[in-house]
Design a protein around this ligand. Structure first.
Ligand SMILES: [Zn+2]
Length: 110
């Protein structure tokens, strides 16, 4: 197992940034706005696990479809997956639309 240090933002982090850019009001996570969080692992700074984060060697790729506000939550399963599986993609889910990048990810493995 390889421990990563300063990794570039992963797919869920990038989806969060995109979603935040569309926000008209701040997202208030459980616990309120007072809590400062690590930008990497989203935990409170005293509990930061960034230095311990493993990179799981796997041939599997992950394609996450996330509800609109899911990437804004400080922690969720998608964050954990993207933290340890390098080949992770994340897209916002919509009932009637498919992002062009999502379609190409799904078709590239046919
Ligand atoms: Zn951290």
């Amino acid at each position: 197992m390889h421990v990563m240090s300063q990794a570039p933002p992963h797919a869920v982090s990038r989806l969060r940034s995109t979603r935040l850019a569309r926000s008209v009001k701040p997202f208030l996570a459980r616990g309120g706005p007072k809590g400062e969080r690590c930008a990497g692992c989203r935990l409170v700074p005293s509990h930061c696990i960034c230095a311990l984060r493993p990179n799981v060697p796997t041939r599997a790729g992950m394609c996450l479809l996330m509800a609109d506000i899911e990437p804004l939550k400080p922690s969720n399963t998608g964050w954990l997956i993207a933290d340890v599986v390098a080949d992770t993609f994340a897209f916002g889910w919509a009932r009637t639309e498919v992002a062009p990048e999502q379609r190409s990810v799904l078709l590239q493995n046919k």
